[in-house]
Design a binder for this molecule. Sequence first.
Ligand SMILES: [Zn+2]
Ligand SMILES: [Zn+2]
Length: 343
Amino acid sequence: MKALVLKEYKRFAYEDVPVPEPGPEEVLIAVKACGICGSDVHGMDGSTGRRRPPIIMGHEAAGIISRVGSRVTAWAAGDRVTFDSTIYCGHCEFCRRGLINLCDHRRVLGVSCEDYRQNGAFAEFVAVPQHILYRLPEGLPFEHAALVEPFAIALHAVRRGPPALNDAVVVIGAGMIGLALTQALSRTGCGQLIVADVAPERLALAAKLGATHLINSAIEDSSIAIEQLTDGLGTDRAFEAVGLPATVDLALRCVRKGGAVTLVGNVAPKVEFPLQVAVTRELTICGSCASAGEYPACLDMLARGALNAAPLISAAAPLAEGAAWFDRLYRKEPGLLKVVLQP
Ligand SMILES: [Zn+2]
Ligand SMILES: [Zn+2]
């Protein structure tokens, strides 16, 4: 089969590799669409240590089952499916509590790090365990289904800290996750839905996807703007979808006393923490990682049009052109959001 292989940092080859052999509890999927994730782009230069070559990346995918392992009974060739980006073990203490995103033995598809190497879906075929599969609703295109993972991350974050009716909410960062969050939050009945980012084209998209107020942090002071929009109180909730020192700081400072901050972005491993802001204003701070059971809800919402993948897809292109698209994303070409590759 053809696959897009990261041969060494920043160098791809589109080449022939053996078709993976599905184990007894696995299915072989003919990949129809696979999105390029920010973590793939960040990882391909070695900076995260989680894409050690050689590796076939790709964890946001959908396709058709072509073959099932000997012990698979609930799935059959021809089924249209997507799958969780995380392979959880199902047996550890956290899996048993339903916290599958926190599994002690989690492996992410398309990741190679110190502990494991798990080839992903930038290939004609990928083998995945049956317990992470989800059936696609009828009529949901593969390209849209491939985006279920970022939407599931957004839904999980909202469920970790759902706004009350008419709450003022700010989303910091209008990248893929921030825009998915904006859509999900717009369905929760919150009042003001403020989105802050530095890229005008992303803010324009946020406005189309449910934001009621936009802040361009490159040209205005976000804290002051939020203060003005909320009569000096601050927002009830902040969702941080960047993960840099300045944006985490903003999230903590822009909520009202007694407000809540949900941290999703984590580009920087460490940030300076405004301790007194958090303590004396009695903030509730919660982290949100990946997703844990939100896929079916997301697929249903995508199929119903309650969430909309199309505006987030900048391009759908053949897998053979993958290296060039990675390069354009790596160079941060303005206006490029999600690129979906088709084997
Ligand atoms: Zn991803
Ligand atoms: Zn587990």
